[in-house]
Design a protein around this ligand. Sequence first.
Ligand code: PDD
Length: 288
Amino acid sequence: MPVMFQINGKIVPESEAYVPAMDRGFLFGDGVYEVIRTRGGKLFHPELHYARLTQSAQRLRIPFPWSLEELEKNIEATREAAGTGEHYVRIILTRGTGLAPNIDPAHAPSAPNIVLLVRPLELPSREQYEKGFSAWLVNTLRNHRQALDPAIKSGNYLNNIIALMEAKDHGADVALLLNSDGFLTEAPTSNVWIVKDGRTLTPPPEAGILLGITRGLLLDMARREDLPVYEEAISRETLLEADEIFLTSTLKDILAITALNGNPVGDGKPGPVTKDLARRFHQFVEPD
Ligand code: PDD
């Protein structure tokens, strides 16, 4: 049973996993989501994902009826049905099933639709970590904070999808997006970091980004270990001159970007700071 769902409280296999065609997530992307992974068979920081999910939902005025304990209980029941091993867990919350295909939220009933998806966790391969990803700095801009704030993990990923398609047109694995002021934001599903002259930088919240859980943990670790890691605005020029670039996300941990716009980053291999941070991060989140 590789993929299991829970739809509004009912555990079902993929063949029975349906939401109504009038669901507002389907019609308008009117919903939010989270991706949590397990580590050592346990949900990794569910409380941080819960906090971000409820904040995203609140910003869109979608009620999320579950406590953290209820969420964990429902995930565990779905994980049990999905079998053993490490899991990818997606929580999808939409404003619910509309009475008419009308964007006005007044057409939505009181109950949101809540879908849990559990499947075996797939991480990049060893070769991908050793080789790194190629990136393209795309023309598509990240959504403006005053339009659809990237800090809301909404179910509308069109901005990210368009950027990714643009990067793939150039043969790259991943896109990097600037904001309308010309500063670096993030990648379609990851936060981005650069290393320049021994300093490690990641864009600040004001750049217009999702505040990644992995990003937050890496910043915490760096503070504790007194490492030269800072939140700082990164211009296009600074990015293009970076010694090292890497991504962070739940599904990648730390993954090097070894080519940008067809040119090698540094010597075209994961750099020493990236490798050191990856080693320390692994130790930080999975101490033996
Ligand atoms: N993506 N930025 C964006 C736009 C993201 O979608 C994600 C996560 C991140 C990294 O956040 P975190 O460290 O909390 O995973 C940054 C998830 C993994 C996804 O959509 O699959």
